[in-house]
Design a protein around this ligand. Structure first.
Ligand SMILES: Cc1cc2nc3c(=O)[nH]c(=O)nc-3n(C[C@H](O)[C@H](O)[C@H](O)COP(=O)(O)O)c2cc1C
Length: 371
């Protein structure tokens, strides 16, 4: 096989059969953070897709860290119990490696779901007071979040630790910490959202402190054999904001703290951002971080074509590619990629008769017999 996209990769003791990742995608379909039927159907479908890694959506580490009241969480025993049923069912039907993204939405919490407009949710509508490094709203007409006190820092750090311990008990294979898209950890990193005057604000060193503390605390309780990665926004796309040079410094520190990948996204911090999305527009971030530090990277953002994904991996610009919208549109994207690139995926035996003429070889170990 010559395709690099379909080469396995090992992250600590976890072997991914190929370099294709289902990017985390919020489903806004949970109740009190607890997954339900929708998650089984949605993740069940994606677990049959032949990808190398399926990352479960941003899951909040405390209730006020949910983006919306319908976001997933891993902060209560009820959450964990329902996750156990979900993971058990997925495991029975699929051997696709499973990751979970652990998150805190910070000042972007307490929002309406996208299909209800996505705006900040007022207390009367069921919203709550949000927290952030500084009392600066995402969008100035909004009321400001509450600036985190020392006790909040301790609580949130512990909440990440407890969620990681729950993930370990659930047998999840990998964790990605969400430090992108203007959520809490990103809010600490960016000088635009972090204007603290204590040890957690000001210099780059101080702004990185809380995200690095969270990382280190999680790494300590997450099994040594399992990988822990971080998604960052490599640029705020705003003058004077967080940028690639600072991202490289952060990635350097994360790497020495035992980080297994950097998932290089961008933006989401503030409405003033100026982004021109185009095919693979964030790939240069993954490339720069990988080339500078030699840490594995995930490229994400408008990667839609198998050949495009293959080129990213083959040219050494990233170690893995993540697809989000493309996977919703075409859940068996990896099958098509295997057919186009000469790769192979594992598919459920119930689907072994699926490949069109000429693509019969895409399913590893498939046998079809009839009398
Ligand atoms: C429905 C939807 C939900 C998303 N939820 C998350 C999320 O939970 N965590 C995250 O880091 N990014 C989230 N994203 C961003 C994607 O993971 C991805 O980075 C982005 O969509 C760009 O990739 P794409 O061009 O392949 O869609 C979401 C995107 C979509 C479309």
């Amino acid at each position: 096989m010559t395709s690099t996209l379909f080469q396995p990769i090992k992250l600590r003791e976890l072997s991914l059969p190929n370099r294709i990742v289902v990017s985390p995608m919020c489903q806004y379909s949970a109740t009190d953070g607890t997954p339900g039927e929708w998650h089984l159907i949605h993740l069940g479908q994606l677990a049959l897709s032949g990808v190398g890694l399926l990352c479960i959506e941003a899951s909040a580490v405390e209730a006020i860290g949910r983006i919306t009241p319908a976001c997933l969480g891993l902060y209560s025993d009820d959450n964990e119990t329902a996750f156990r049923g979900l993971i058990t069912a997925l495991r029975r039907q699929s051997d696709t490696p499973l990751a979970i993204q652990l998150a805190h939405a910070g000042r972007k919490a307490s929002s309406h779901t996208p299909w209800d407009g996505g705006k900040l949710m007022a207390a009367e509508a069921g919203g709550w007071e949000t927290i952030a490094p500084s009392a600066l709203p995402f969008s100035p007409p909004e009321p400001p979040p509450r600036a985190m006190q020392a006790a909040d820092l301790v609580r949130v750090r512990q909440a990440f630790v407890h969620a990681a311990q729950r993930a370990a008990r659930l047998g999840i294979d990998a964790i990605e910490l969400h430090a992108a898209h203007g959520y809490l950890l990103h809010e600490f990193l960016s000088p635009l959202s972090n204007q603290r005057s204590d040890a957690y604000g000001g210099s780059l060193e101080n702004r990185m402190r809380f995200p690095l503390e969270v990382f280190t605390a999680v790494r300590k309780v997450w099994p040594e054999s399992k990988p822990l990665g971080v998604r960052i926004s490599a640029s705020d796309w705003i003058e004077g904001g967080w940028d690639l040079a600072q991202s490289i410094e952060l990635a350097r520190r994360l790497k020495s703290a035992g980080c297994d990948w950097i998932d290089a996204s961008s933006g989401g911090l503030a409405p003033e951002q100026k982004i021109t999305p185009g095919p693979g527009y964030q790939v240069p971030f993954a490339e720069a971080i990988r080339k500078e530090l030699g840490i594995p990277t995930i490229a994400v953002g408008l990667i839609t074509e198998p050949k495009q994904a293959e080129d990213i991996i083959a040219s050494g610009r990233a170690d893995m590619v993540a697809l989000a919208r493309g996977m919703l549109y075409e859940p068996h994207w990896a099958w098509r990629a295997a057919a186009e690139l000469g790769g192979q995926v594992r598919a459920p035996k119930q689907y072994w008769r699926a490949p069109p003429r000429g693509a019969e070889a895409i399913f590893r170990d498939a046998k079809v017999g009839q009398r």
